[in-house]
Design a binder for this molecule. Structure first.
Ligand code: GLA
Ligand code: ZN
Length: 656
C-alpha cells in the first residue's frame, strides 16, 4: 500500500527540494502529488512554458525513489490570463464577477479558458509521458457543480435544456412555469437560479442547473483526460473530490476517469452525543462505490485544520495513522497526506500539514513515519478488494434535492444512510454504498433510503432485485418526485407502492420532537423528523407508532413480493432501532454477524479471492480488547495473536 504526501515545490525555495525529498524518503514516503496550483510557474506568460524547474523536482524525487502524481494545474489560471481575457472569470449567482487573486474562480465552460487549459495539460503530458516515475495524473482540483452565471454558461445551459427537452413547451411543462407567471416564450428568457434564497427558487430549474453544471465539470475533466491520453495512452487519470455543498454528481464526474480520488478529512473531535454520526467509513465506502472499485485518497488529514474556520484541535495520537489505515480498510490503495509542509504564506497558512511552519521534527511526522512502515508491510494487499453482502443506495441528485428542500427540521438525507451504515458496521459487515444503476443481484440485502427523485433505471433494478428474491429496505420520502423534481400526483410511496404493499395515507413532519415506536417484539425506540402514517395493503406490520394521534398505526412494514421481501421504514429512528433492525435483517438474509464488538470498533475484510485480511479499527477514544475466535497472524506486528489490544484509533490487520 502506497503512502505519500502532497507537495508544493513552487511555494518553497528551490534549495529546499532536495532536503525535503531526502527527508520524505527517510520517513517512508513513496509518492508525491505535485503541480495542481502551479500554472503561473509553468506558463509565466502566454505560450512561454517553463518546465526546467519541474524536471528538476521530478528527477530529485526519482533519485530518492519517490513516484509522482502530476496534476494539470487548471484550478488556478495565471494573472496574465485574467488580464488578457477577462471573460474567463467565474460570475456568481448574483451576476457579479468573482474576484481574482483567490483560487478556483475560472469558468470551466469558457472556450478561451478551455483552450488554455488543454494546452498546458498537453504540454505537460507531452513532456512527461515517458517519465517512468510519473505514475498518475490528477486533473484540476475539487471540481464542483459551479454556480457560474457568466454569459457562456447561461447560453450553454439554454442549449442544453433545448437539447434535453426538445422544445420550449416541454421545458415550460417540466419546470411548471405556469406557477407565478414564469412561462418562457423564448429560450433567451431562461436564467439560472440567482442569488436569492433557495426557498424562492424553482426546484425543477435548480435540479436541471445542478445536472448541467455537473455535466460541465465531468466534460471538462474528460477533455483533460483525453488530452493526457493522446500523449500517453497508458496514463492513469483521476481528479479529487470532497463531499460538500457544491459537489457535482459523483457518478457522472468519474464515469470516464480511471480512478476515484477522495479528499479525506475525518473528524478530530468525537461527538459526545451517541446519536451523532462521526465515522468517515461511510464516505470511504461511498467513494469506493462510485466506480465500484478501489480508490485513491489524494488528501488526508495531517494536522490542525483552519482556513475556512478557526484552527481546529490537533489530530489526537493515533489519528494520523489510524485514519489512513481506515481508508485502506475501506478500499483505498493510495493515501496522500495533505500536506508535507504547512504553508507559511497565502490563505491556507493555518491548514496544517505534517510539518509545522518551522519544519522541526514533531509528533505527527513521527506517527506518519510509523504509518509508512506499517503500509510497507501491507504491499501484499495491493490486489485485494472488498466483497459486500449489503449495499446502500446513494444518489448525488437526491442529496442535492434534499439540500435545497430540507423536508423538516433535522431532516438529513446522508444521516439516514449513515444510520444504516453504522448499524451494519456494528456487526463487522462490509457495506457498499453504490448508485444502484448497475447490477445489484449479488447483494443479500439492499437498503434504499429516501428514493426521492424518480430514476427509471434504479427503480427497475430494485423491482427486479426483489422479484428475484432480494431483500430490500425503503424509507420515507420515497417515490415523492418525478425525474424533474416535481411532486407526483400519486399516493406515496408512488412507484414503490406495490413493492412495499403499503400506502402512506398522510404524513407528519414532526421535526426534532422525539416520539416512540414499538416493534413486533415489544421493544420501544425513539423516532423523529418525519412520520409516514401507513395503511398496509399486503404488508405486515414490523413496528407501530406508540405516540401521538396515530398511535398503533404502522410505522415500519414488511411485505413479501414475488420471491423477495421489502421493508418500508416510515420514520427516522434512533441508533438502537437501526442496530436491532440490522441484526434482524442480517439474521433473515444469512449474513454473518460479529457479536459483542465494542462501540466504535470497525471491522472490514479485504480479499484477493483466496486470502482474507481482516481490519480491526478502534475508532473510539478508549482502549479496547477484542478476543479473536482463534489465534491469527497480525500483519502489523508480524506475530500471532489470540486477542487484539487496540489503543484509541489504532488498527490491527490479521490474516484469516
Ligand atoms: C481541499 C483542497 C486543498 C486544500 C484543502 C484544505 O481539499 O483540495 O487544496 O485547500 O482542501 O483546505
Ligand atoms: Zn461560466
Amino acid at each position: 500500500m502506497r503512502v505519500g504526501v502532497d507537495y508544493y515545490p513552487e511555494q518553497w525555495e528551490s534549495s529546499m527540494w532536495q532536503q525535503d525529498a531526502v527527508r520524505m524518503a527517510h520517513t517512508g514516503v513513496r509518492l508525491v502529488r505535485i503541480g495542481e496550483y502551479a500554472w503561473s510557474r509553468l506558463e509565466p506568460s502566454e505560450g512561454e512554458f517553463m518546465f526546467d524547474w519541474l524536471d528538476q523536482v521530478i528527477s530529485i524525487f526519482h533519485r530518492c525513489g519517490i513516484e509522482v502524481i502530476l496534476s494539470a494545474p487548471t484550478n488556478c489560471p495565471p494573472q496574465w490570463m485574467y488580464h488578457d481575457h477577462p471573460e474567463i472569470i467565474q460570475v456568481g449567482p448574483d451576476g457579479e464577477p468573482v474576484q481574482t487573486g483567490i483560487r478556483g474562480h475560472r469558468c470551466i465552460n469558457s472556450p478561451v479558458f478551455q483552450s488554455y487549459a488543454k494546452r498546458i495539460t498537453k504540454e505537460l503530458a507531452r513532456r512527461y509521458s515517458n517519465t517512468r516515475s510519473v505514475v498518475g495524473w490528477q486533473v484540476d482540483n475539487e471540481l464542483e457543480a459551479y454556480q457560474c452565471t457568466c454569459e457562456v454558461c447561461r447560453e450553454k445551459f439554454r442549449e442544453w435544456l433545448m437539447d434535453r427537452f426538445d422544445n420550449l413547451a416541454n421545458i415550460n411543462v417540466a419546470f411548471g412555469t405556469s406557477v407565478w407567471s414564469n412561462e418562457y416564450s423564448d429560450p433567451s428568457q431562461i436564467e439560472p437560479p440567482g442569488a436569492y434564497p433557495k426557498e424562492w427558487q424553482n426546484p425543477a430549474l435548480c435540479l436541471e442547473w445542478y445536472r448541467f453544471q455537473s455535466e460541465s465539470a465531468a466534460e471538462f475533466a474528460k477533455d483533460l483526460m483525453i488530452t493526457i491520453r493522446r500523449e500517453n495512452p497508458n496514463a492513469l487519470v483521476t481528479t479529487n473530490t470532497d463531499i460538500g455543498r457544491n459537489s457535482p454528481d459523483l457518478y457522472r464526474l468519474y464515469r470516464d476517469l480511471d480512478i476515484v480520488g477522495y479528499d479525506n478529512y475525518p473528524p478530530i473531535e468525537l461527538p459526545e452525543n451517541k446519536e451523532e454520526h462521526y465515522s468517515h467509513a461511510f464516505y470511504l465506502d461511498l467513494m469506493r462505490g462510485v466506480k465500484e472499485r478501489n480508490f485513491w485518497v489524494m488528501e488526508q488529514l495531517s494536522g490542525p485544520t483552519g482556513t475556512w474556520a478557526p484552527i481546529s484541535p490537533s489530530p489526537k495520537p493515533g489519528q494520523i495513522m489510524g485514519y489512513s489505515l481506515q481508508a485502506f480498510a475501506h478500499g483505498a490503495d493510495v493515501v496522500l497526506h495533505f500536506r508535507w509542509r504547512t504553508a507559511t504564506k497565502g490563505a491556507e497558512m493555518y491548514w496544517h500539514g505534517l510539518l509545522d511552519h518551522s519544519g522541526a521534527p514533531n509528533r505527527r511526522l513521527a506517527e506518519f513515519s510509523e504509518l509508512c512502515k506499517t503500509a510497507a508491510k501491507l504491499d501484499g494487499l495491493e490486489n485485494t478488494y472488498l466483497i459486500s453482502d449489503i449495499a446502500i443506495i446513494y444518489s448525488s441528485e437526491n442529496d442535492y434535492a434534499f439540500r435545497t428542500q430540507p423536508q423538516s427540521p433535522g431532516f438529513s438525507y446522508t444521516d439516514q444512510l449513515r444510520s444504516f451504515h453504522e448499524a451494519f458496521s456494528r456487526y463487522g459487515a462490509n457495506v457498499d454504498v453504490i448508485s444502484g444503476m448497475n447490477d445489484i443481484t449479488r447483494y443479500k440485502l439492499v437498503i434504499a433510503p429516501a428514493m426521492y427523485i424518480y430514476n427509471k433505471r434504479v427503480s427497475e433494478n430494485l423491482y427486479r432485485y426483489v422479484i428475484n428474491g432480494g431483500t430490500l429496505v425503503l424509507t420515507c420520502r420515497s417515490g415523492v418526485k418525478d425525474q424533474n423534481n416535481n411532486c407526483v400526483m400519486e399516493v406515496l410511496p408512488a412507484v414503490f407502492k406495490e413493492l412495499v404493499g403499503a400506502e402512506v395515507t398522510e404524513y407528519d413532519p414532526i421535526g426534532e420532537k422525539e416520539q416512540k415506536i414499538r416493534d413486533f417484539a415489544g421493544n420501544e425506540f425513539g423516532c423523529k423528523v418525519w412520520c409516514d402514517i401507513i395503511q398496509t395493503t399486503t404488508a405486515r406490520v414490523y413496528a407501530e407508532y406508540n405516540d401521538s394521534w396515530y398511535r398503533c398505526m404502522p410505522a415500519v412494514t414488511m411485505n413479501r413480493y414475488c420471491n423477495g421481501v421489502s421493508y418500508y421504514v416510515g420514520t427516522v429512528c434512533d441508533r438502537d432501532f437501526y442496530e436491532s433492525f440490522a441484526a434482524n435483517l442480517m439474521m433473515q438474509t444469512g449474513i454473518p454477524r460479529l457479536k459483542g464488538l465494542p462501540r466504535g470498533i470497525e471491522v472490514t475484510t479485504r480479499t484477493n479471492g483466496n486470502d482474507e485480511y481482516i481490519f480491526f479499527f478502534n475508532n473510539s477514544g478508549s482502549h479496547v480488547t477484542i478476543p479473536l475466535p482463534k489465534p491469527m497472524y497480525s500483519m502489523v506486528d508480524s506475530i500471532g495473536k489470540a486477542q487484539l489490544e487496540l489503543k484509541p484509533f489504532e488498527m490491527d490487520i490479521v490474516r484469516k
